[in-house]
Design a protein around this ligand. Structure first.
Ligand code: BGC
Length: 743
């Protein structure tokens, strides 16, 4: 490394060397300006151009077979999906042969880990533990940055109220408050102590905006929503990401009220770069500039480039609309050079902040890459985070935790010995996956050693109609003291372009649960999935259910810890679980309507279905523990508050169970009368507390004016005097309440 740098800087009297020597005392802005002044129009447009490297493609790749030459000519600002130090270095070396030697930026989807794979983001969100989530992003950044990556296309901060949407797995669920806290944590985790450090990745909050509201949950679909819903539900996590210092944003595939996000000036110019004063740059989603032709918003690449650049899309990912059309647009006076300069300035600013002009190879260090390759500490952290992500949905008669002395255990189901399925979508596959990933079978075997006899039967495939394996599963169950069944959807059934109309447990898996349950043996079910699934029979008949999502490299050990009581589950659902697809969208922070449905016994002539409960199967915020928590004595420091006089809400939480445990105490507020109708409740705070068995704690939340604000019909963010209710509890349904007013 050192040798190379000496050669490079010693032998080339380059313009970048000139920058290094003379620009040291300059501010980043001055440095950017001095580069910009030297650039031709084509070189500027080159900075706005991004191509895919050699890895997976999530969209059509435009091939001209001449990427390297374009890099040499300064026609490329960034690449995605180039992996490994060696390859990154090769391409960066070519960039150093270009006239101005402007370094390339290398981006990749580091969504939930790079080498060590962490739980899928929706699973991590279930931890409601921002410090833990930040740590996961921190480790992912450290590993990826050691392998040449400088920029992650994460976090995805799209709110999602529709579990049919495959990309629900990538976000933090349905709630803007929780989503914002997690968005900020992830940005801080990825960016670490700040851009310029060799273990920091630039974050990219995506997909701006409202992508998660695709109609019908169909990926890439249109979005149609009021500005108030946009501001209140879908934009807050983006704003939180920007406030946390996100270096970049990615726009989205969808149109919003008829205008594709990529060509949307309101979103990108007015809100993001205007109101929010965002100084980073916006990258398009894969090909989304060119896709405006399909949308019917642009006639051809020329118009698409015009719309996108005018709207504030700074970098074109893989559509080649900019590289092929911007120059002509400028020459014909359709696009002012100031627009181009603004975009290029934003991109160069980040390259300077990353320190790439000082050392374009700072992320290419083979030793660092190797050090991160098998980092045992990272694996330990992954297990800890995985444990915090598992939601205990049911535990009748305290079936869990299981006794480690149990003699014979039947392990049944298509996920017991699954390997890569433990990782979930958006994870990298490495040749040694089979050795590194701890399967659930191995995890249990590691835990119990020779103490127990483990009987294994697959029972059925994930999505097959054959019941041929049932007999073996039943036989194993009969011989066992307890049955652990591991079920779910395949890991590539959620993720991009993985929307599903049917989100029931697939194939004959629920039939298998019925057949095994008929043995009368106690059954514990693990559900592996990238979204809320529907499994009503299982939920109603089986004694214990753990929703494990996709937990990552250490899945098996983490699950074994929970099953056998070495970790007491503490996670809470970040999204409501529907009873049927017909109930979607179902979310806790809905409006009351003029005919509110308030109970299942009173749902006629109400805002409800006549053939279905008004409740989700499992509500937002729900999750059990081996401990039991009771809430009492909610009280307020005053029953009225003023704008400058916050009040305090306090509740007593007692661990009345037989285990020490962690609880997430949730605060919701309802504004009873507003100039526009307000949700029945909105999450406005949460705290995680640890209680020993028998212990009580008072938990307090400060209610200040900011917690009461909302967007009125003029989109002004303000609080209105009047009556409110506070709710505190362990999920969005079982709550203690107290009234107060804002004077
Ligand atoms: C996805 C983005 C992703 C990009 C690059 C697109 O298809 O929507 O989220 O970052 O591909 O892989």
């Amino acid at each position: 490394m050192k040798k190379f740098r000496n050669n490079l800087f010693g032998s080339l009297l380059s313009i970048s060397t000139f920058f290094v020597c003379t620009a040291q005392r300059k501010t980043v802005e001055q440095k950017v300006d001095s580069v910009l002044r030297l650039m031709t129009l084509d070189e500027k447009i080159g900075q706005m151009n991004q191509y895919n490297g050699d890895w997976d493609a999530t969209g059509p790749i435009t091939k001209d077979g001449d990427k390297q030459n374009q890099i040499r000519k300064g026609m490329l600002g960034s690449m995605l999906n180039v992996t490994g130090v060696e390859h990154t270095r090769q391409l960066q070396e070519i960039a150093m042969e270009s006239r101005l030697k402007i370094p390339l930026l290398f981006g990749q989807d580091i969504i939930h880990g790079y080498r060590t794979i962490f739980p899928i983001p929706l699973a991590e969100a279930s931890s409601w533990d921002t410090a833990t989530i930040r740590l996961s992003a921190r480790i992912a950044a450290t590993e990826a940055a050691a392998a040449g990556v400088q920029w992650t296309f994460a976090p995805m901060v799209d709110i999602a109220r529709d579990p049919r949407w495959g990309r629900v797995m990538e976000g933090a669920g349905e709630d803007p408050y929780l989503g914002s806290a997690i968005a900020a944590a992830r940005v801080r985790g990825f960016q670490g102590k700040g851009l310029g450090n060799t273990d920091a990745l630039m974050a990219c909050a995506k997909h701006f905006a409202a992508y998660g509201a695709a109609i019908g949950g169909r990926d890439y679909n249109s979005v149609d929503m009021s500005d108030r819903t946009l501001f209140e539900i879908y934009l807050p996590p983006f704003q939180a990401a920007v406030d946390a210092g996100a270096a970049t944003l990615m726009n989205s595939f969808n149109d919003l009220n008829g205008v594709p996000a990529t060509g949307n000036r309101f979103l990108q110019r007015d809100i993001l770069k205007g109101n929010w004063k965002f100084k980073g740059f916006v990258v398009s989603d894969w090909g989304s500039i060119g896709e405006m032709i399909n949308h019917g918003f642009a006639k051809d690449g020329y118009e698409a480039a015009l719309e996108a650049v005018t709207a504030g899309s700074d970098m074109d990912m893989e559509s080649r609309s900019y590289i092929n059309n911007l120059s002509r647009l400028v020459k014909e006076g359709k696009v002012k050079i100031q627009l181009i300069d603004d975009a290029v300035r934003r991109i160069l600013r980040k390259k300077f902040e990353m320190g790439l002009f000082d050392d374009p190879f700072k992320f290419c260090n083979k030793e660092r890459e190797q050090r991160q390759w098998n980092n045992a500490e990272n694996l330990r952290a992954e297990k800890m985070i995985a444990e915090k992500s598992v939601v205990l949905l049911k535990n009748e008669n305290h079936l869990l935790p299981l006794n480690k002395q149990t003699k014979t255990i039947a392990l049944v189901g298509p996920f017991v010995k699954a390997v890569r399925d433990n990782l979930g979508f958006w994870s990298y596959s490495w040749p040694d996956d089979t050795v590194r990933i701890v399967t659930q079978f191995q995890g249990i075997e590691n835990k119990l050693g020779t103490n127990a006899r483990l009987l294994y039967a697959k029972g059925c495939e994930i999505n097959d109609s054959s019941q041929a394996g049932f007999a073996e599963a039943i036989e194993a169950a009969k011989r066992a003291d307890v049955v652990i069944m591991s079920l779910g959807e395949a890991s590539d059934w959620s993720g991009e372009a993985k929307s599903r109309s049917n989100i029931h447990l697939p194939g004959v898996q629920e039939e298998l649960v019925k057949a095994v349950s008929m043995t009368g043996k106690p059954v514990v079910v693990l559900i592996n999935a990238g979204r809320p699934l529907i499994f009503n029979w299982t939920a109603d008949h089986v004694a214990a259910i753990l929703y494990t999502w996709w937990l990552g490299t250490e899945a098996g050990d983490a699950i074994a810890d929970i099953l056998f009581g070495d970790y007491n589950p503490s996670a809470k659902l970040p999204i409501s679980f529907p009873r049927t697809e017909g109930q979607i969208p179902i979310y806790y922070n809905h409006f009351n309507t003029g005919r509110p449905a308030t109970s299942d016994s009173d749902r006629f002539y109400r805002s409800a279905y006549i053939d279905l409960s008004i409740y989700p199967k499992f509500p937002f915020g729900f999750g059990l523990s081996y401990a039991e928590f009771t809430y009492s004595n909610i009280h307020l420091s005053s029953s009225s508050m003023r704008a400058n006089q916050p009040i305090k809400a306090t509740v007593t939480v007692t661990n009345t169970g037989n285990y020490d445990g962690e609880e997430t105490v949730q605060l919701y507020i309802q504004d009873l009368v507003g100039s526009v109708v307000r949700p029945v409740k909105e999450l406005k705070g949460f705290q995680k507390i640890f209680l020993k068995k028998g212990e009580s704690k008072q938990v307090s939340f400060t209610i200040d004016i900011d917690k009461l604000k909302f967007y009125n019909s003029q989109l002004k963010y303000q609080a209105e005097p009047g009556d409110f209710k506070i709710y505190i509890g362990g999920n969005s349904r079982d709550l203690q309440e107290a009234p107060f007013s804002l004077k």
